[in-house]
Write a protein that binds this ligand. Structure first.
Ligand code: BUP
Length: 452
């Protein structure tokens, strides 16, 4: 991609965890004199996405916005609405082709989760195509190896008899870290993953919200052909992608944090689409209260947006009353990038969405990693290895078991008092900053892609 003012098409994917990194990337490109065309599908799943998209477009009027109609979702009322949307966007990818012909683009960027026909079409029209992976490099390695795993005639026996999956060039994957849906060739998630894993081999490169220091062995295995022999395009870390202007926080949480002592607050947020069960919410409440810590808890009980149940019904009046001096519970969107930067934050309890983990890495905030589904368990292992977090393995993966208040309180106290984790998290921050500053590995990669 060379010449002045490169024009880049960004094809947005569903879900806040995908949308926010794409907006960050678009902001970086705009601030480096690129023209950006944002391509979005309709309808959109959640109000949160619609609001963020509107705000982002209103703040960047120089950007071109193109829309296409997404095909109807598969009729599966039990499936996660975001997975249905990924599937529909992937199946609709041919509808984006005319939009990609409507201007002379210097590059096209699309999401790994929905790339479908885009890399091949980009190759046909002679435009470089970068596929964006929003998970850890380790989980991405698993995903691109999935077609080989699922083709293995012994897969059934291996699932029954083995506790590890072999991915060439990497340490074996603990079977319990991989959601069963990916290992069922008929499951929608596995079907999409296989199509996308094959499609992304036709891209110019894979870009990822990550930095080389965080997963050196995995990047080395991916880029030396050990994971997929000679067929994988270069995997290029360009993160942690950071801050763009988001709508002002509508809650009073930043003012509340201003009144808390330095490094005293536990921040709990399980992301934009991971609800907690009522039983687990009660135990979480006990854990926070019994730890005696100050806490900011962003509570979610539904997959899409917020439900209407009142705070008191979910948590009980007495809990809210007992903890009102020490804790703030919110059921609204907070500005997480500002929360994690606040000097009062000591610990982040996270579901391990990759966007949240990269935000914690960039700010050196230690994380109690409590993965719930999808890529999150592997992401959790990655940040634990890098020294950013601690994974209580006995808590299981997602809904495997109810984690009791006593265990939660003990773990919070243990991690809050862990000086060596605090130092290693600061080291992670230093390395993240080095990667993103001018001359850093991620910064240079972005500049190379833009062609400056
Ligand atoms: Br909730 C919430 N404020 O209140 P992840 C989320 N976020 O800024 P997810 C807020 O949404 P996937 C809130 O900073 C991060 O950038 C947060 O992405 C922001 O998890 C993003 O961490 C959440 O990747 O998405 O939402 O579960 O499953 O796609 O990873």
């Amino acid at each position: 991609m060379s010449g002045s003012n490169p024009h880049i098409a960004i094809i947005l994917n569903a879900g806040m965890g995908n949308m926010i990194p794409f907006f960050r990337l678009a902001s970086v490109l705009l601030s480096n004199n690129c023209k950006v065309t944002l391509i979005t599908g309709k309808p959109i799943v959640s109000l949160a996405e619609a609001k963020h998209l509107n705000f982002f477009l209103s703040k960047n009027p120089q950007m071109t916005h193109l829309e296409y109609q997404i095909l109807p979702p598969e009729p599966d009322s039990k499936a996660d609405p975001f997975f249905l949307q990924y599937n529909a966007v992937r199946r609709s990818s041919y509808l984006i082709h005319p939009l990609l012909r409507s201007a002379t683009f210097s590059a096209i960027i699309c999401s790994f989760l929905t790339c479908g026909t885009i890399p091949r079409f980009a190759a046909e029209i002679g435009v470089p195509c970068y596929v964006f992976s929003g998970a850890s490099a380790k989980f991405f390695s698993f995903m691109i190896h999935l077609p080989a795993i699922l083709k293995d005639p012994e897969i059934g026996d291996k699932k029954k008899n083995s506790s590890f999956w072999e991915v060439p060039g990497l340490e074996p994957f603990d079977m319990s870290s991989i959601p069963g849906a990916f290992l069922n060739p008929k499951h929608l998630m596995a079907v999409d993953a296989m199509v996308n894993a094959k499609a992304c081999l036709e891209a110019t490169g894979i870009i990822t919200n990550n930095f080389e220091w965080l997963e050196p062995e995995t990047f080395s295995a991916l880029n030396s052909g050990r994971v997929l022999c000679g067929t994988l395009p270069p995997v290029l870390p360009i993160g942690p992608l950071e801050c763009y202007e988001v709508e002002e926080d509508q809650t009073d949480c930043l003012a509340w944090l201003d009144n808390q002592p330095h490094e005293s607050v536990v921040y709990v947020n399980f992301g934009s689409r991971t609800p907690m069960s009522s039983d687990q919410i009660r135990e979480m409440g006990k854990g926070l209260e019994w730890s005696g810590s100050r806490f900011l808890w962003v509570l979610k009980t539904t997959i899409i947006d917020k439900d209407e149940a009142r705070q008191e019904e979910v948590l009980g009046v007495s809990f809210l009353d007992r903890t009102k001096e020490k804790g703030l519970v919110l059921r609204k969107w907070v500005n997480q990038q500002e929360v994690l930067s606040h000097p009062s934050i000591r610990l982040f309890v996270s579901h391990c969405g990759w966007a949240s983990l990269t935000e914690a890495a960039h700010r050196g905030v230690p994380v109690l990693v409590w993965p719930q589904f999808g890529d999150q368990r592997v992401n959790a292992e990655v940040v634990e290895k890098a020294g950013l977090g601690k994974l209580p393995r006995s808590w299981g993966f997602g809904l495997e078991r109810l984690v009791e208040g006593e265990e939660i309180a003990a773990k919070i106290l243990e991690i809050m008092g862990d000086g060596s984790l605090r130092s290693s998290a600061k080291k992670v921050k230093e390395e993240a900053m080095k990667a993103t500053e001018p001359g850093g590995t991620s910064h240079c990669t972005i500049m190379k892609i833009i062609g400056s």
